[in-house]
Ligand binder design. Sequence first.
Ligand code: TMP
Length: 215
Amino acid sequence: MTPRTGLFISFEGIDGAGKSTHIEAVAQAFEAQGRAVTRTREPGGTPLAERLREMVLNAPMDALTESLLVFAARRDHIAQVIAPALAEGRVVLCDRFSDATFAYQGGGRGFDWQLLQTLEHWVQQQGVPGTALLQPDLTLWFDLPASVAAARLASARVPDKFEAQPQAFFEAVAAGYARRLAEQPKRFARIDANVAIDAVRTQVLAALRGKGCLA
Ligand code: TMP
């Protein structure tokens, strides 16, 4: 395996939490320090994974099928985009990664957490048994009450399959994120997303500095 010299940062939260707005500001902060940045997203990030995204977001399916498709998309994304970018020393900013699977399929849909961990090991070991699991160096979790997110989404675009779910689903998704944070606290920074956008950005930049990602 090529040695990792890059930096891998994921952005997570329930739909409507506002994470995507902040990715561009983070990219600019890294670029201002001379780092090459790759912006990408999941499900998606490669032509194949974007096709799988369309299916996952629009077609009805059971939770196992959904989990297999998001991990298949992730496998292609890691192989084609994330691992090569990290090997080149780039900063990879990923709008969602595997915590979203634990939160949405595990928390929201109540799917088997241990089975998701098995799939995570298959997919994120980059095919080399015994090598470390590929995980973000830092995950920014934009935490927003489901009721506030629902009000934001109500005025947004036509909802996809997940965005159309009731508030109770997003409460379960948020509980899934909280469980992941409890399991891997060092990797996470929780951002209070229930404040003005400038105050959210301040927290994001502080988290990146606090974790030693940004100078
Ligand atoms: P986005 O709208 O933030 O791009 O996310 C796409 C949707 O896909 C969002 O509702 C969360 C969902 N999703 C999953 O259910 N499982 C996953 O593993 C990922 C990455 C996203």
